[in-house]
Design a protein around this ligand. Structure first.
Ligand SMILES: Nc1ncnc2c1ncn2[C@@H]1O[C@H](COP(=O)(O)OP(=O)(O)OP(=O)(O)O)[C@@H](O)[C@H]1O
Length: 404
């Protein structure tokens, strides 16, 4: 790794004439690294990017590029080191993509602005890098948001910068283009050694693509480091003031917690068989209790993120009859029982006792799969047992039963 930072800040304070937005920023940006700026609306991401790119003077503190004070760097010299992609939707009409990307060559062309063959090559290479070479003769104003975003990045690349600053590069883009733009930016870091600094709203994506994340909120830097270290569940909740959501560090996703205002359902699951049902039941407003789960089960991680009450086996051992007894008490207090059709291996066999108990208690039981996989439920005389093949049908059945 190249250990010399391209861009650094010390005691930087950014904002506007009458308004300080962020203070005490000590940041270093290195070649080949993807850095995401994260923070709630109005935290100061754009203000910071505008200050780093010399569009806005710092209120105090220092910004250096390759060790030189930013304020002393001439704008044409800066353009050879840094390019900036700010949020913009408007495109001037009658502007060919080729000419627009060619504008990015201005730090390298002579004062006449005439492009030579090297500049032509640079324009085409930039378009290639963002997989937009086919757009070269299109009118800019006719492009879709995703195509235009790629062209904006191509123009930034045509400057041949060491660092690119982008403000919300995936705004207005659909999922496919969002992923494509992120993968293009990641490729620029890995293959061209460019440092990419982008403000992002999607913490899940940031966790997956970034080498470093900068967390800002309430006028200050909250954390700066690798997403694996920094994006802890509590930190993300605090950053965005989550009250009904939770970032799951292990799965790298955000689960939404819904208010439970329906019946209480006990889910007998495990080994990943219950996660989809947990989400669906929570979404529908059911109060879910589940168990007995081992602490390394993916169902446990999903249930915890959803705020579902989990009965867990303390040690990573065989689920004990003692743990199952604890779960029986919780099961008694539930209106409906769901058997996810979990595979029974040695470790979780005891959970079958929960199904037997539910039968004895004459609780309505809804099962995924087929009766032949569940010996104790494979009897024609059982009236309060239903089998389905999909989670959505199963929850429909629960709803029907609840209404009846
Ligand atoms: N020109 C300006 N003059 C004064 N205050 C401004 C100006 N532009 C933005 N602000 C304020 O500065 C603060 C930071 O705004 P900024 O746009 O940097 O936040 P952000 O993190 O980029 O927000 P978002 O995620 O909503 O885009 C906000 O309180 C905003 O109202």
């Amino acid at each position: 790794m190249n250990n010399t930072s391209i861009l650094s800040t010390r005691n930087l304070c950014v904002g506007y004439e009458k308004k300080q937005v962020l203070k005490d920023l000590d940041l270093d940006f290195y070649p080949g690294k993807f850095v995401s700026l994260l923070g709630p609306n109005g935290a100061g991401k754009t203000t910071l990017l505008r200050t780093l790119s010399k569009h806005l003077p710092p209120l105090s503190g220092k910004i250096t590029i390759h060790g030189k004070d930013l304020s002393l760097i001439r704008s044409d010299d800066l353009a050879r080191i840094m390019s900036v992609v700010l949020t913009q939707r408007v495109a001037p009409p009658l502007f060919r993509v080729y000419d627009f990307v060619g504008m990015g060559r201005y730090p390298h062309t002579s004062w006449t602005g005439r492009m030579n063959s090297q500049d032509d090559d640079a324009v085409m290479e930039s378009l290639n890098l963002v997989r937009a070479q086919h757009l070269v003769f299109r009118d800019l104003s006719t492009l879709s948001d995703g195509e235009r975003q790629k062209v904006l990045i191509a123009r930034a690349l045509a400057q041949e910068p060491a660092i690119i600053l982008l403000d919300e590069p995936t705004m207005h883009l659909d999922l496919k283009h969002r992923m494509e733009v992120m993968s293009i930016l990641q490729g620029l870091c890995r293959e061209k050694g460019i440092c990419v600094v982008a403000s992002l709203h999607d913490v899940e994506v940031a966790a997956k693509v970034s080498d470093r994340v900068v967390l800002i909120k309430d006028g200050m830097l909250h954390a700066f480091g690798s997403p694996e270290d920094v994006l802890q569940e509590d930190t993300v909740s605090d950053l965005y003031d989550f009250s009904n959501a939770c970032f799951n560090r292990m799965l790298g996703n955000i689960e939404i917690r819904n208010r439970a205002d329906k019946a209480r359902v006990f889910v007998i699951g495990g080994m990943g068989s219950a996660s989809v049902l947990y989400r669906l039941l929570s979404k529908k407003g059911y109060e879910v209790i589940t168990g007995v789960l081992l602490k390394n089960d993916i169902d446990y991680f999903v249930a915890r993120s959803l705020g579902i009450q989990c009965l867990v086996q303390d040690s990573l051992d065989i689920i004990s009859s003692q743990s199952v007894q604890g779960a029986v008490e919780a099961l008694k207090a539930c209106d409906f029982i769901i058997d996810t059709g979990f595979e029974t291996a040695g470790l979780n066999r005891a959970n079958l006792d929960l199904i037997t108990t539910a039968l004895a208690l004459k609780k309505p039981i809804f099962c995924m799969g087929s009766p032949k996989n569940r010996e104790m439920l494979n009897r024609p005389d059982l009236s309060d047992v239903w089998f389905t093949k999909t989670e959505s049908r199963l929850v429909d059945l629960v709803e029907e039963k609840e209404i009846a």
